[in-house]
Ligand binder design. Structure first.
Ligand code: AMP
Length: 181
């Protein structure tokens, strides 16, 4: 299937081996499904791990990296395409255009920013693309609890909350994201 998944994830590998293992599993699963990986274009942290695994599994991989990060995040040299953009805003915009769905793995401020922006686009009806969060080793437990609190307290509607799929199983989550807008 010609389907592109945008993966947001850390520029570091995190403190637990489970994080990189999950990134490898996502890359392998993309290859198995014949999907394209769209991601931030770096060769560091979980970004590098998911890209390397996707390439090894035969997936097409497209990176989108701002010019000012090209050196710092060690742009990946083995991609099918690497697009260089001017800003973070342009990176998110372009990854959003290229993707049919969004998935966040564990990560930091950049990952959270990207996930929340993509979710906000779907919530606002600017796109109909599914958003998912892979909750590896309980990394997102507190955030998921907070999102439920935001729902209970009336700031995130049940419909909007349902737009973000949270799961621990890679294959099951990708099945749920495999819906073209
Ligand atoms: P982090 O999750 O903080 O490790 O960052 C993951 C990736 O997101 C890195 O490539 C960061 O450069 C990138 N990033 C950080 N802030 C933003 C942003 N506002 N928009 C897009 N990408 C970002």
């Amino acid at each position: 299937m010609d389907f592109a998944l945008c993966v947001f994830c850390g520029a570091g590998v995190g403190a637990k081996p489970e994080y990189a293992a999950a990134a490898r599993q996502v890359g392998a699963e993309l290859g198995r499904r014949g999907w394209t990986l769209v991601y931030g274009g770096g060769h560091i942290g979980l970004m590098g791990v998911v890209a390397d695994a996707a390439i090894a599994a035969g997936a097409r991989v497209v990176g989108v990296i701002p010019r000012f990060l090209h050196e710092r995040e060690v742009a990946h040299r083995g991609l099918d395409a690497l697009e260089i953009v001017a800003s973070f805003a342009d990176r998110k915009q372009r990854m959003g255009e290229l993707a049919d769905a969004f998935l966040s793995l564990p990560g930091g401020v950049g990952t959270l920013d990207e996930l929340f922006e993509a979710w906000s686009w779907t919530q606002a009806g600017l796109q109909r693309k599914p958003c998912g969060m892979l909750n590896v080793a309980g990394y997102y437990d507190e955030l998921v609890r907070f999102l439920d609190r935001a729902n209970t307290d009336g700031f995130i509607s049940p419909a909007s909350r349902d737009l973000l799929q949270v799961a621990t199983d890679v294959s099951a989550l990708l099945d749920r994201l495999a819906v073209r807008a």
